[in-house]
Design a protein around this ligand. Structure first.
Ligand SMILES: NC(=O)c1ccc[n+]([C@@H]2O[C@H](COP(=O)([O-])OP(=O)(O)OC[C@H]3O[C@@H](n4cnc5c(N)ncnc54)[C@H](O)[C@@H]3O)[C@@H](O)[C@H]2O)c1
Length: 442
């Protein structure tokens, strides 16, 4: 591995892990307001924020805290911190022992809305340099490169980027049905690879991808970002700690108005002139895999069989049904249900429904209910929901590489979440025929 370092400026957990950053505009505003009260008050507030650190579920290595928004342009900050004579983009960091080491060299492929969010995320991280960006569309390449300090190398061909950019890690943000080839190429080029969810949207792709992961010693992380959301992580901690007893039923939904995905400008001439959201997106795989992955995580069990139904009433422009509902039989004996629909009227609710039922307790969204039914104890789980915590996800990926520790959702975890939803889609398209779910063993 070429690059090791630490997230400069971020405090560390008692165990030495780096504290993850939770992006929350409300927190940023709070700190802006506090700054006006002077440095002393600011310091006290920082200390109070530190006191409220909460560990994420065991094994994640993540903690969450409120942090101040970085002032100004991160690129400018980075340039200022470079010592005289150091080459741009290769800032040197010191780890605890005082030795001097390089930062990880990262490349991003796929520069749509999601890839661009990751470009900004890597650019903010002190663990890496974003040294290369790639998209088939050269305009997107130029636009993304303009956001990055030091001018990353620009590519319209992934193979060329892997051959010449000398990457430690590749981050894959291509459309759902085009994840497999970049993921495999990245591993075969010796890179650690982050790939967006769903890991793949066919079983054949998952088989190829897990085979490549098995043959590689590199880290893989599948972008199941909800696991990095403090409230969902807290529910996992309560399940893992046994607060719910034996989990017997779980449900969660992905309900969204995504009809904008039919906009004509979304047709991409660089991938055969298709609108992939309409042609290839399967709502229970692309959207519902978020929720199914959580349920599988909470139940600590994979799916063995699934059956489901769907329709194309609300958003018939989609090739696959835009409303899907599936019931999964898990290996633990628990039953799980996931609904997914993209033609929903109204803004996306903050909570899209999460319920977990155990022999000792029930979770309904952000509440844990325990005790006797006549005299229940209702506990507010007390952790905020935070939309898309890309920064903690990125920090976890990079820190896992640096520390050589397992990632929270490796290729096999990601494959087992995707596989069940792919088979749900198969069942729905076969009018409810039960389907066995393949299991991907490490
Ligand atoms: N985790 C989340 O919350 C979240 C949110 C949004 C999107 N996503 C996922 O992110 C991925 C990308 O979504 P998007 O909305 O940015 O899509 P998009 O279509 O806007 O962007 C994808 C880009 O990949 C490029 N591309 C395709 N094949 C390529 C190749 N072989 N080499 C180089 N570039 C290539 C396309 O030209 C396009 O610019 C999807 O898998 C999506 O499901 C995840």
């Amino acid at each position: 591995m070429r690059g090791v370092g630490r997230d400069g400026g971020l405090p560390r957990t008692p165990g030495g892990g780096v504290l993850a950053v939770r992006e929350d505009p409300r927190v940023h505003r709070r700190f802006v307001r506090l700054s006006a009260r002077g440095a002393g008050a600011d310091q006290q507030e920082e200390q109070r924020a530190t006191d409220t650190h909460r560990p994420a579920p065991s094994g994640t290595g993540l903690w969450y805290r409120s942090v101040r928004a970085r002032p100004g342009n991160s690129s400018a900050r980075r340039r200022r911190s470079l010592g005289a004579g150091e080459p741009p983009g290769r800032e040197l960091l010191r780890r605890d022992g005082g030795s001097t080491m390089d930062r990880l060299r990262v490349g991003v492929v796929g520069l749509g809305g999601n890839g661009r969010a990751f470009v900004r995320g890597y650019e903010l991280s002190d663990l890496c340099d974003l040294v290369a960006v790639c998209d088939l569309n050269p305009v997107r390449v130029d636009e993304a490169a303009a956001e990055v300090c030091g001018g990353p190398q620009k590519y319209t061909d992934l193979e060329r980027m892997l051959d010449s950019a000398n990457l430690d890690a590749l981050s894959v943000h291509t459309p759902d049905h085009l994840h497999a080839d970049p993921f495999i190429a990245g591993l075969q080029a010796g890179c650690h690879v982050l790939v967006e969810k769903p890991m793949g949207n066919t079983i054949a792709d998952l088989e190829r991808m897990t085979a490549a992961a098995r043959a590689s010693d590199r880290k893989t992380l599948v972008g199941h970002i909800l696991r990095f959301n403090p409230i969902y992580a807290e529910v996992h901690r309560r399940c893992a700690d046994g607060d719910l007893g034996d989990v017997f039923y779980l449900e969660a939904d992905y309900f969204h108005d995504l009809k904008r995905q039919a906009e004509p400008e979304r047709t991409n001439p660089f991938i055969g002139g298709v609108n992939w959201w309409l042609e290839h997106e399967k709502v229970i795989v692309g959207g519902g895999a978020h929720q199914f992955d959580l349920l599988r995580w909470y139940a600590n069990a994979h799916a063995v069989e699934v059956t489901g139904y769907g329709n194309s009433i609300a958003f018939p422009e989609m090739k696959h049904p835009d409303c899907m509902c599936a019931v999964f039989k898990l290996a633990s004996g628990a039953v799980a249900k996931v609904g997914a629909a993209y033609g929903v009227v109204g803004p996306r609710p903050e909570w899209m429904n999460l319920e977990v039922y155990g022999t000792k307790g029930t979770v309904r969204n952000a509440q844990l209910i325990t005790g006797d039914h006549a005299d229940p104890t209702i506990e507010d789980l007390g952790v905020e929901y935070s939309g898309h915590p890309f920064q903690p996800e990125i920090a976890h990926f990079l820190q896992s590489i640096i520390d050589d520790t397992p990632t929270l959702v490796d290729a096999f975890e990601g494959a087992n979440s995707a596989a069940a939803t792919i088979m749900a889609c198969e069942s729905i398209e076969a009018d409810g025929k039960p389907m066995a779910v393949p299991y991907f063993q490490r």
